[in-house]
Design a protein around this ligand. Sequence first.
Ligand code: ADP
Length: 154
Amino acid sequence: MDRIAVFPGSFDPVTKGHESVIRRSLYLFDKLIIALGENSAKSSLFTLEQRLSWLYKLFGNEKKISITQYNGLTVDFCREQGARFILRGLRTSADFEFERGIGQMNRLMEPTLDTVFLLCEPEYASLSSSIVRDILRHKGDVSMFIPEGIIIKD
Ligand code: ADP
């Protein structure tokens, strides 16, 4: 049976932290579905189309990766896709506490689903899309935080 994982996120915008977790996970899974979901707690700076197009540019040629968007519960999306794993990155203990609650609730709703966590690279521990958005709002240079080949203009 194929090991299919979903990597849900807002990717608003995609960062080197996301890219690192995605590339490292390819050793674990047969297929990775990068799934752009709308996070009800966050309103996005970039359009869905723009965020998807960055993901396609970065990972469109990776055989194991597919890229899509979804609405609704992540567990329902995983069921539809036949995915047994959700991939998430961990930066801090705050990330862990937050993810633990969601991961355990997801497993109660779908007992065949496991959340797999990858620790972030130390150099990306403070990197978040929200900080990148703040820098952009103040016209700062974010190129060192964004994957090679991606150009972001606010
Ligand atoms: P969400 O709104 O679902 O949190 P994000 O796009 O902010 O969406 O994050 C998607 C995933 O990427 C989350 O698991 C998050 O912890 C992880 N992630 C974000 N930034 C980093 C980073 N710098 N290093 C490792 N993982 C990260």
